[in-house]
Ligand binder design. Structure first.
Ligand code: PLP
Length: 391
């Protein structure tokens, strides 16, 4: 049985062309780019090309900086902790604004900064599941706010935030703006020319690049205390020998992600909608958030009366990989903060499943997955007392 992968918001398959482009940098061109000899200098052109591809991919200008990181968690930590050291620890600002629905790497870093004395405000989301301009205006203050950190698109729901409007409000107030664009790159246009972000983070493994490499964009002229001190790599902004093969792979993956945006918007969206229609045709199901407000690949669905984890097991046993919209942040029994912020009921939170597609998803897979999901829902409801009692 061929397995069907519908968990692309967790990670994506590495595009074979990306893998091929990385290959020479393991055993042939393996020099340290900081070495002065030929082994070192011969990797420079590939690194320059990779960097150019990253700049072009997000519309950055020559004077901006892009730092190659080990992942988006690192990039997000770097921005939040850097701004804390630069503007909050000894003043002149005191507050960081973020949302109640950020990825744990933002949320938990903010909690850490609170333990050091920073004030963090977690802005609520509106009825559409995003933080709007009106809400930001209520909380932002030019004298107090050091940074606003709002994701471009949510990992669980796919809901897209009005980052352009939020960035403009930050500009008006002379406040730094950071966006975690991990779930947006390769799905919707991400252009730092159109959206006034000061810092932007991304991660290659979410757009068919390798795991363990990401990027942090820093708007020209901005200072940011490093997270990793050491050598002068990345212009002294991030120490550590650059992971050349992964950097090369990320550059190509970025270029291909941007080249495929139109396909994503047309073909992936069509398949996503096809799957969503099939899910909604199953009685007592619902999907969180309007389609047009979501990234084109994501569905967060709820199947009344079926525990999400039970359904994941059943789907997995039948060859379909999805993920729970985790009612609890997996290991802990704490309620999922994103769902709590969206006022999603416990019942809905416990019965939700995230399906996320990619440009590698095929129509045949989607139709097979839809049939598996329908059968799984029937099977599990037949043994669910919660479902029977709800009828
Ligand atoms: N931010 C968002 C919105 C994510 O979805 C993820 C991964 O799921 C991350 C950050 C962390 O990315 P990485 O695995 O590169 O650290």
């Amino acid at each position: 049985m061929d397995r069907i992968y519908l968990d692309n918001n967790a990670t994506t398959i590495v595009d074979p062309r990306v893998k091929e482009a990385m290959e020479p940098f393991f055993c042939q061109q393996y020099g340290n780019p900081n070495s002065l000899h030929g082994f070192g200098t011969e990797v420079h052109p590939a690194m320059r090309l990779a960097m150019d591809r990253l700049y072009a991919g997000i519309g950055a200008g020559n004077a901006d900086d892009i730092i190659v990181t080990s992942c988006a968690c690192e990039g997000n930590n770097h921005v939040l902790k850097g701004v804390y050291f630069d503007l909050v620890r000894s003043g002149p600002k005191s507050e960081i604004l973020t949302t109640q629905v950020e990825h744990p790497c933002v949320r938990n870093t903010c909690a850490f900064l609170e333990s050091l004395g920073a004030k963090v405000i977690y802005m609520p989301v509106n009825a559409d599941g995003v933080v709007d301009g009106e809400t930001l205006r209520r909380f932002i203050h030019p004298d107090r706010t050091a940074l606003v950190s709002v994701m471009w698109a949510n990992n669980e729901t796919g809901l897209i935030f009005p980052v352009r409007e939020l960035g403009e409000i930050c500009r008006e107030n002379s406040v730094l703006f950071h966006s975690d664009a991990v779930q947006a790159i390769g799905k919707i246009p991400v252009d730092v020319n159109r959206v006034p972000v000061d810092f932007l983070t991304f991660s290659a493994h979410k757009f068919h690049g390798p795991k363990g490499v990401g990027g942090l964009f820093i708007r020209k002229g901005l200072k940011l205390t490093p997270l990793i001190h050491g050598g002068e790599q990345m212009g002294g902004r991030r120490a550590g020998t650059v992971n050349v093969p992964y950097f090369v792979g990320m550059g190509l993956a970025m270029e291909m992600a941007v080249d495929n945006l139109a396909y994503e918007d047309r073909a992936v969206r069509r398949l996503r909608d096809r799957l969503e229609d099939a899910i909604l045709a199953i009685p007592d199901t619902l999907v969180v958030g309007e389609r047009e407000r979501r990234t084109p690949n994501t569905i967060l669905a709820s199947f009344r009366g079926i525990e999400g984890e039970a359904m994941i097991w059943d789907l997995n046993a039948n060859g379909v990989a999805a993920s729970t919209g985790s009612a609890c942040a997996s290991e802990s029994l704490e309620p999922n903060p994103t769902f709590a912020a969206m006022c999603i009921s416990d019942e809905l939170a416990h019965t939700s499943i995230r399906f996320s597609l990619s440009r590698f998803s095929t129509e045949e897979e989607i139709d097979q997955a839809a049939a598996v999901i329908r059968r799984s829902a029937q099977r599990l409801r037949a043994i669910s007392s919660t479902y029977k009692n709800s009828k």
